[in-house]
Design a binder for this molecule. Structure first.
Ligand SMILES: *[C@@H]1O[C@H](CO)[C@@H](O)[C@H](O)[C@H]1NC(C)=O
Ligand SMILES: *[C@@H]1O[C@H](CO)[C@@H](O)[C@H](O)[C@H]1NC(C)=O
Ligand SMILES: *[C@@H]1O[C@H](CO)[C@@H](O)[C@H](O)[C@H]1NC(C)=O
Ligand SMILES: *[C@@H]1O[C@H](CO)[C@@H](O)[C@H](O)[C@H]1NC(C)=O
Ligand SMILES: *[C@@H]1O[C@H](CO)[C@@H](O)[C@H](O)[C@H]1NC(C)=O
Length: 561
């Protein structure tokens, strides 16, 4: 069965170099696809039943089968627009990450052979100065690389001061890179530049990622009367067998399960996943993703001593607010605390301050387990916030914290498909984030925090781009009805280096963060840059350390109070 998500008109694009002709072609294609879906629908009566049953409709927000003719045109126009955006972003990324085939590993970038030197070294360095480092990439034979694209991670740090900050990498696309650091604190400062993946590895990962949906196997649990029965599910299913289709027409989101005989599609209750043992990398490419060849230090030994600042007039920073542009780095750690570089932070050092901020607030955390960490952190720190039993079981049930006296509600709910975990989780009230946002009334005392990304890494990037666009649209709708609602985006954090780079690499996370930044750039939202924070804290764990979570929550309180 053709699904809108599966449609890849990219193959047709070269025939239509003219942009408007291309747009027209796409529009026609999408209308055609919707027509096919419409005509191919088998269970008309069941659809009508759904449509007339608002409870079912509200719960799933998903149309089984097809869409009504009058809604058809509108749905297809708006989703065709979104699909065009997806393709546009994809095209740009493809240009930025060109194929880098290699016949011999010795022609790939070597951390050992590459050189790192201070650019325009000064006699002394003071707090506030910039330190620029020139990196010349070389291959294993010591030859200069002639193209860029290496995935690097730069950091300065002073262990004794529990201080750290990210560095900014500028790729000149000719094998040289400028890595810039701002010297935020005084004392001895060490430098680190990690070669996460050589450019050849980067382009292999990029190609592989967009090649297949089957790195993760979804297993759905249905109720057959009262007995649980299992079947294969996924973002796509390559089969001619009968399927249950869980489609969101407006947002062009789709999820499928193999239909079990005599078990209704509505009886889906739970889901779990397993990593599939497939790879789209060649054997030669796989060599690049052995642990010893990832995250290799390029700096042999390089440190500077930073003197106190030369009493320059520090421009007083503005109080942290939603809508501020966040630079990179957006802050640094000092004595274990996060210090913002672009806005003045209030200290929420005692419980009264935190409670005063949270009082009469509705806080909706939407996303993955890195936001659930906030719930655990808050319940630890603010003892008057207590767990309310929202029913369901396990790690992925909706978590609710309440303080009835102060009228505080903090709720965490996981984002919809794809959600990757070996533990069985309920999908009975599952929903995509845009649909959840649509359900929030919103006002000046309502805050929404959104994080998604880790669970998207194993899948082709179009899934992530489409979700980001849909979330943006939902936020725009929210701002139309309740412009004073506080919306905060927490970016994806770095994680441990894993040999299964195809599924877990931070390269995927980095691309997703770039996309997110691009899609949300002119929205009136607050950004909490978890990527930047976890590099600064050197927290290489999918679930960042408590210090990081504490810093994120502090930033959040600064944005909403
Ligand atoms: C479709 O969109 C048009 C114009 O945007 C609007 O007038 C019409 O009511 C919409 N139809 C439906 C079914 O929403
Ligand atoms: C690489 O590009 C930078 C910036 O354009 C330039 O300054 C530098 O000379 C170039 N290096 C080489 C080896 O071409
Ligand atoms: C569901 O239950 C019915 C009746 O007990 C049985 O005939 C059928 O085989 C079951 N279906 C599956 C998929 O187990
Ligand atoms: C994965 O597949 C490869 C070859 O296809 C095989 O050599 C390897 O043992 C498999 N690994 C696991 C854990 O099954
Ligand atoms: C700092 O700024 C104030 C007011 O703008 C000015 O009067 C003072 O001279 C400045 N101090 C220095 C050291 O530049």
């Amino acid at each position: 069965m053709t699904s809108p998500v599966l449609l890849t008109p990219r193959t047709l694009l070269p025939l239509f170099p003219n942009a408007s002709a291309r747009k027209l072609l796409l529009l026609v294609l999408f209308i055609f696809v919707f027509w096919v879906v419409f005509m191919a629908s088998k269970d008309h009566t069941e659809f009508l039943f759904h449509f007339n049953n608002p409870i079912t409709l509200r719960r799933w927000h998903i149309f089984k089968g097809f869409f009504p003719p009058e809604g058809l045109q509108n749905a297809s126009t708006s989703s065709a627009e979104a699909e065009l955006m997806v393709l546009e972003i994809l095209e740009k990324l493809n240009q930025q990450i060109p194929p880098r085939p290699f016949t011999d590993l010795s022609t790939t970038t070597s951390a050992k052979e590459s050189t790192v030197t201070i650019f325009n070294p000064g006699d002394t360095y003071s707090v506030g100065d910039q330190l620029d480092v020139l990196l010349v990439a070389k291959d294993y034979s010591g030859r200069r690389k002639e193209y860029g694209g290496d995935f690097l991670r730069a950091r300065i740090f002073s262990p004794a001061l529990k201080a750290g900050a990210s560095g900014k990498v500028t790729d000149f696309n000719n094998g040289t890179y400028l890595v810039s650091f701002t010297l935020f604190w005084e004392g001895p400062v060490s430098l680190s530049i990690l070669l996460m993946h050589p450019s050849e590895g980067v382009s292999a990962l990029w190609r592989a990622r967009n090649q297949g949906y089957d790195r993760i196997i979804f297993t759905g649990q249905f109720l057959n009367g009262t007995a649980p029965v299992f079947t294969k599910c996924g973002l796509t299913l390559n089969t001619n067998a009968e399927q249950c289709q869980y489609l969101d027409a407006r947002d062009h989101e789709a999820f499928y399960c193999l239909k079990l005989p005599h078990v209704p599609c509505e009886a889906l209750t739970h889901m779990k996943t397993n990593n599939n043992n497939v790879s789209y990398l060649s054997l030669q490419e796989q060599f690049l993703f052995r642990r010893v060849n990832m995250a290799v230090e390029m700096v042999k030994s390089l440190s500077v001593t930073v003197l106190p600042g030369n009493n320059r007039n520090e421009t007083k920073k503005k109080k942290c607010q939603i809508g501020m542009k966040t630079p990179f780095p957006s802050g640094y750690t000092f004595k274990g605390r996060w210090i913002s570089t672009f806005c003045e932070q209030k200290e929420f050092s005692n419980i009264n301050d935190i409670n005063n901020c949270l009082s009469r607030k509705l806080i909706y955390l939407m996303g993955d387990s890195t936001l659930r960490q906030w719930v655990y952190y808050l319940s630890n720190v603010v003892k008057t916030l207590t767990f309310f039993d929202h029913h369901g079981t396990g790690m992925f049930q909706t978590h609710v914290l309440l303080d009835v006296k102060r009228h505080i509600l903090v709720q965490w709910k996981k984002h919809g498909h794809p959600f990757v975990t070996k533990k069985l989780f309920s999908v009975k009230d599952d929903n995509y984030i845009p649909r959840e946002i649509d359900q929030v009334a919103g006002d000046s005392r309502t805050a929404i925090v959104i994080t998604f990304g880790q669970h998207f890494r194993p899948f082709p990037i179009n899934i992530f781009i489409r979700r980001a666009i849909n979330i943006r649209k939902a936020i725009e709708r929210l701002f139309l009805r309740s412009p004073e609602t506080k919306v905060i985006i927490k970016t994806e954090n770095i994680r441990e280096v894993n040999e299964n780079a195809e599924i877990f690499s931070d390269f995927h996370g980095n691309i997703q963060n770039l996309i997110l930044r691009n899609i949300f750039r002119d929205l009136n939202v607050g950004i909490i840059d978890a990527w930047d924070m976890t590099i600064a804290y050197h927290s290489e764990d999918v679930h960042p350390s408590t210090s990081v979570v504490e810093s994120q929550v502090a930033m959040f309180l600064n944005y909403i109070c």
